[in-house]
Ligand binder design. Structure first.
Ligand code: ATP
Ligand code: MG
Length: 384
């Protein structure tokens, strides 16, 4: 019988809370495969998907590979775990002309032959039926895995597809992702989701200084992220008035600092309003003037009851780009529409701002009223 064998990793570490994580993982698998025909069962440290339509196999594998908490998966054949049946199955494997290696794993110690001996025996059988093949223990072209489990079934497969690992989505709560149109913030969302944190997203636009296309771009990015976390609530907030006010009244080198402090305040208020437990940004240390240690101290200081997670903080741009390509957001992120941060950009943004000076600059504008206006004026879209 054709099956998909699913392996999970870190859940083992979770001690007596493990069943909570497992239930979440199972639910997430079911949600991800909604609309597909399948059965899911648990067998001794593995999940097994059966009774699915074979012509849907590649789509199902693609979907499963996006479920966080899964470590790897293999399309496999399930046979009864007796010596003759397995030998008979293996004798029909065709890998002629290729080097190969047989891997046997025996979780069921009552199986009558040791793993090593059985692997040797199966190797001989493969050689007999594939006259132009040879055994290569170090870098075989074809790998044959025989996994004997205590449910008296053996799973035979030749491919291990790596998944993302991490923790089941939702097991680390829900945050608010500050989603710009750039490369970094979608990656930040993905990385937190892999650690089990689901999220809503918040985007600031400066219409008419930024175009409708810039907003469309963010919607597209959110759609890619929704492939991992399901429907995303996208909060869209107009930042035009905030920027005009700051531009008019504050020192230009502090413009970005003050803007970012107001973004954080708005994010903080939305977290309170919608019961979200953390703010997530795509900041990376030293990438631009607003991402120095001092800048992050000054912008982060307006948020004190929830953490600000910056999963890209220690990543090089190249690494961030790699992740963004792997989650398909890169091509959208590099489209040349302006972000609200680039409108009114000062020539010399301060690299080492201070909280004291930031507060002084803020005394020339009505911060509370501006934040209220942002929060009250939000537009909410459901993206999937
Ligand atoms: P990104 O590639 O994510 O846009 P960036 O390198 O362009 O990042 P900044 O523009 O300084 O860096 O933004 C830093 C972070 O602030 C972003 O990663 C994002 O989390 C948040 N941010 C910036 N602009 C916006 C925006 N218009 N709406 C929502 N969040 C934003
Ligand atoms: Mg940006």
């Amino acid at each position: 019988m054709k099956v998909l064998l699913l392996r999970f990793g870190e859940l083992y570490l979770k001690g007596h809370n493990r069943y909570v994580f497992e239930n979440m993982l199972i639910n997430n698998i079911k949600n991800m495969l909604a609309g597909e025909e399948f059965k899911l069962s648990k067998t001794f440290g593995r999940y097994v998907i059966t009774d699915y339509k074979e012509e849907r196999e590649s789509e199902i594998i693609e979907k499963l590979a996006r479920v966080f908490g899964l470590y790897s998966l293999s399309p496999a054949d399930e046979v009864d775990a007796d010596v003759k049946t397995i030998e008979n199955y293996v004798s029909k494997i065709n890998c002629d002309g290729e080097s190969f290696k047989v891997f046997v794993k025996r979780a069921d110690k009552s199986f009558p032959i040791s793993s090593m001996d059985f692997a040797k025996k199966l190797g001989e059988i493969v050689l007999n039926s594939n006259k132009n093949s040879y055994v290569d223990l170090y870098s075989p072209e074809h790998e044959i895995y025989v996994d004997i489990r205590i449910n008296k079934k053996a799973y035979i497969f030749d491919n291990i597809i790596k998944c993302h690992g991490g923790l089941p989505l939702g097991s680390s709560g829900k945050g608010l992702l500050l989603l710009s149109g750039g490369i970094d913030s979608p990656v930040a969302g993905f990385l937190m989701a892999r650690r089990g944190m689901s999220f809503e997203a918040l985007h600031f636009h400066s219409y008419p200084y930024t175009s409708e296309l810039a907003k469309e771009k963010v919607i597209t990015l959110a759609r890619y992220l929704s492939k991992y976390i399901g429907k995303i609530k996208l909060h869209i907030v107009s930042f035009t008035k905030v920027q005009e006010e700051i531009h008019k009244r504050c020192k230009s080198e502090y413009m970005i600092t003050i803007m970012r402090r107001i973004m954080m305040r708005v994010a903080n208020r939305l977290c309170e309003k919608y019961n979200l437990g953390a703010i997530i940004t795509g900041e990376s240390l030293g990438q631009v003037a607003s991402q120095t240690m001092q800048s992050m101290t000054v912008t982060g200081s307006v948020v004190d009851e929830i953490p600000i997670f910056r999963p890209c903080i220690a990543m090089d741009k190249e690494e961030i780009i790699q992740v963004s390509k792997s989650i398909n957001t890169y091509d959208t992120s590099i489209l040349p529409y302006e972000d609200c941060c680039t409108v009114f950009l000062p020539k010399n943004p301060v690299i080492k701002p201070t909280i004291k000076q930031a507060m002084h600059e803020e005394s020339f504008i009505n911060v509370d009223a501006l934040v209220n206006e942002c929060v009250d004026g939000e537009e909410i879209l459901e993206i999937e």
